[in-house]
Design a protein around this ligand. Structure first.
Ligand code: NCD
Length: 300
């Protein structure tokens, strides 16, 4: 892969994705072989929104490649608090580092930032827009458990504001996956995402009831209702807790169904699912390290 910036999953061809996943598998098999791969690389972590997995797994990934990181810290503790613009912040951090990982509440922030710097910008989530590195680790997890061919994927929860969903859907089109989207009417996929899926010729169906498709699925990707993106708290309350699964729900699923979730979960997957063979979300989170090592290895 040779991209200056990684902003959206639609930038990635099937060959790009497979190259990253293959390299991630090599790293997974023998991480120590990559311990000195990038001894001089310094990664800037700029998170304007909360993060546990994405921030820490990027930090782990660069360190496991022999490099280091500098972290902007929270918005509260940085000069953003004094009113500094995103453009100025990234321009300064680009001068310290070899690449920037950016998470920001505004859709389009990563694109904007990339126009001001000459080091690679990796979008770690821009509002309700995209989260392409999550997609790479999602695809890695799918490949390990269900394979990427002849795949039927169900995606359930907040399809409107869930950026992991928007990126995953775009990438799944390159594998000709059949996609079923399950959500309340008010949280359907945004029109632009539906349009792009339609344009790509993907086989896509929308549902309000998981029972309509559960038995057909190879993968069920559950997402959190993105409370922080609702303009009105009452709208959130109307849908909160509506789309959840527990171990009993999965009685109607195939024995080999892979259940995934980008995490954090709130209550959409009951903890009794954790003990079943369907649960793959913690493994999915752990895959963030080898996959992000592979990505950084190709971009830095
Ligand atoms: C996701 C995100 O930030 O979009 N988290 C993550 O990176 N694993 C999902 C979420 O917050 O619900």
């Amino acid at each position: 892969m040779r991209h200056d910036h990684l902003i959206g999953a639609n930038q990635l061809s099937r060959a790009d994705i497979e190259a990253v996943l293959d390299r991630a598998a090599e790293i997974d098999a023998d991480p120590s072989a990559f311990a000195d791969a990038h001894p001089d690389a310094l990664l800037g972590l700029c998170f304007f929104e909360p993060s546990t997995r994405t921030r820490m797994s990027f930090d782990t990934a660069i360190k496991r490649l022999g490099g280091g990181s500098v972290d902007m810290g929270t918005v509260e503790s940085s000069s953003v608090k004094k009113g500094e613009s995103l453009a100025d912040t990234v321009r300064v951090i680009a001068g310290y580092t070899d690449g920037i990982v950016l998470r920001h509440p505004s859709e389009g922030a990563a694109t904007m930032a990339s126009e001001f710097v000459d080091v690679p910008v990796i979008n770690a989530g821009d509002g309700a827009g995209q989260h392409p590195t999550q997609t790479l680790l999602d695809l890695y997890t799918i490949r390990e458990n269900a394979g990427l061919d002849d795949l039927t994927v169900g995606v359930m929860g907040d399809l409107k504001y869930g950026r992991t969903v928007h990126s995953l859907a775009a990438a799944l089109t390159t594998f000709d996956a059949r996609m079923h989207f399950v959500s309340p009417e008010s949280l359907r996929l945004p029109r632009n995402v539906r349009f792009d899926l339609h344009e790509s010729g993907a086989v896509v169906k929308e549902h309000t009831d998981l029972d309509d498709v559960l038995g057909e699925l190879d993968v069920l990707y559950v997402t959190r209702i993105q409370r922080e993106r609702f303009p009105d708290e009452n709208e959130y309350r109307e849908v909160a807790g509506e789309y959840r699964i527990d171990a009993d729900t999965l009685d109607a699923a195939r024995d080999d169904l892979t259940v995934m979730h980008p995490l954090p979960r709130v209550d959409e997957i009951a903890s009794d699912v954790d003990e079943t063979d369907h649960a793959h979300y913690f493994e999915q989170a752990h895959n963030g390290v080898p996959v992000r090592m592979a990505l950084l290895d190709s971009m830095l």
